[in-house]
Design a protein around this ligand. Structure first.
Ligand code: NDP
Length: 336
C-alpha cells in the first residue's frame, strides 16, 4: 500500500518536501468495515488548508498522517451489509492505494456506473458547491448579471452554466486566452475576461454594462478589487473560496481598503455570505444530485476533466493546481 503522508507544514507554496511517500501493509477490515481500492483521487484547493494548522473549519492533517482526499474506489472486501465486492463508491480514501471505511459519508454507485470519476467533479463536491452557492446564496433571478471568478475550474464552470440555464447574463473571469475561449465557446458564458491582461478592470467594466447582481467568489485578491466597484445595489456574493490567498504568508501591502469595502457593503446593501458546502448545504444533496444528473444527461452542463496517471504524480499536480496550471477538474488515476 503506497501512501502520501504529510512530512512538513508548508510555509507559502507546498514543495517536494511537504509530502512523503511511504509503503505499508494492505490493511485488513474489521467487523463493520470494508477495504477500498482507490481508483481515482480528487485534487482540490481545500487540501492546502489541511496542510496548515491555522484555525479552520476542519482539523489539519497530523504530521505523519495520510493526506486526506476524496476518492472513487472499488470495494475489495466488505463486512458491511450494504456493500459488496466490486461496488464502486465515492469515499474519503485519501492519497493512498487502499483505505478502510466504516461506510460513513460513503456513496454507493453500484457495479457499473457511467464515468465514475465524475462523482469527484460536476456530480459531486464541486458540483454541489456551485449549485448550492448560486441558488441558495446568489438567489438568482432571470435577466440579472452574474460574474463568476475561477470560471474554467470545476466550481466556476458549473456556476456559470447553471446561471445560463436560469436565464442570467453570465460573465466569467479566468487566466489566459485559452481558458477564456473554452468558457465562452464550450461552456456558453456570454463573455469571459482574462484577469491577467493589463486592461482587466476596464474589460470587466465593459462586459457588465448593467453592473453586477451576483458575484460568485472563488479567488479574492486583485480580482475582487476589480469587481467591488461594479456591484449593484442589493448584490449577493456567495463567498466560496479565495484561492489567490491560500499560499500567502502575510496580508498584502496597503493601502488598507477595509473601510472602502465596509462602505460599499453598507451603501449598496450587499449580502456576502461564506459557506462550507457539506456543513451548510449537505442536506440538499439528493435534490442537487437529481437535478445535476439530469442536466448533464441532457447536455446542458458540460464538464472538462484533466486525468493524470499515477499516484506519484499527485504532489506536483497539486502544487500546479494552486499555481493555476489546472485546466478543468484535476483527478489522479491511481489504479486501472
Ligand atoms: P479551481 O480549479 O477553480 O482552482 C484552481 C484555479 O484557480 C486555477 O486553475 C486558476 O485558474 C485559479 N487560480 C489560482 N491562483 C489564482 C490567483 N492567484 N488568482 C486568480 N485565480 C487563481 O478549483 P475548484 O473549482 O475546485 O474550486 C474553486 C474555489 O472554490 C476554490 O477557491 C476552492 O477553495 C473553493 N471551494 C469551496 C468550497 C466550499 O465549501 N466553500 C467547496 C469547494 C471548493 P486561472 O488559470 O483561471 O487563474
Amino acid at each position: 500500500n503506497r501512501r502520501y503522508v504529510l512530512a512538513n507544514r508548508p510555509k507559502g507554496e507546498p514543495n517536494e518536501d511537504t509530502l512523503r511517500l511511504e509503503t505499508s501493509e494492505i490493511p485488513t477490515p474489521a467487523k463493520n468495515q470494508m477495504l477500498l481500492r482507490n481508483v481515482f483521487l480528487s485534487l482540490d484547493p481545500y487540501m492546502r488548508g489541511r496542510m496548515s494548522d491555522a484555525p479552520s473549519y476542519a482539523a489539519p492533517v497530523e504530521i505523519g498522517g495520510v493526506m486526506v482526499g476524496g476518492t472513487v474506489a472499488q470495494v475489495v472486501t466488505s463486512n458491511i451489509e450494504a456493500y459488496s465486492e466490486g461496488d464502486w463508491v465515492v469515499a474519503f480514501g485519501g492519497w493512498q492505494d487502499y483505505a478502510l471505511s466504516d461506510g460513513t459519508g460513503v456513496i454507493n454507485m453500484g457495479k457499473d456506473p457511467q464515468n465514475p470519476s465524475w462523482a469527484l467533479g460536476v456530480l459531486g463536491m464541486p458540483g454541489i458547491t456551485a449549485w448550492a452557492g448560486l441558488t441558495q446564496i446568489g438567489t438568482p433571478k432571470a435577466g440579472e448579471t452574474l460574474v463568476v471568478a475561477g470560471a474554467s475550474g470545476p466550481v466556476g464552470a458549473t456556476v456559470g452554466q447553471i446561471g445560463k440555464i436560469l436565464g442570467l447574463r453570465v460573465v466569467g473571469i479566468a487566466g489566459g486566452a485559452e481558458k477564456c475561449s473554452h468558457v465562452t465557446d464550450t461552456l456558453g458564458f456570454d463573455a469571459c475576461i482574462d484577469y491577467k491582461a493589463s486592461s482587466f478592470a476596464d474589460d470587466l467594466k465593459q462586459a457588465v454594462p448593467d453592473g453586477i447582481d451576483i458575484y460568485f467568489e472563488n479567488v479574492g485578491g486583485d480580482v475582487f478589487d476589480a469587481v467591488l466597484p461594479l456591484l449593484n445595489a442589493s448584490a449577493r456574493i456567495p463567498l466560496c473560496g479565495l484561492i489567490s490567498q491560500y499560499n500567502a504568508t502575510s496580508l498584502p501591502d496597503g493601502p488598507d481598503r477595509m473601510n472602502y469595502l465596509m462602505g460599499q457593503i453598507l451603501r449598496k446593501r450587499i449580502t456576502m455570505r461564506g459557506f462550507i458546502v457539506f456543513d451548510d448545504f449537505g442536506h440538499l444533496y439528493p435534490e442537487f444530485s437529481k437535478q445535476m444528473t439530469g442536466w448533464v444527461k441532457e447536455g446542458k452542463i458540460k464538464y472538462r476533466e484533466e486525468m493524470i496517471d499515477g499516484l506519484e504524480q499527485a504532489p506536483s499536480a497539486f502544487i500546479g493546481l494552486l499555481r493555476g496550471e489546472a485546466f478543468g477538474k484535476r483527478v489522479i488515476k491511481i489504479a486501472d
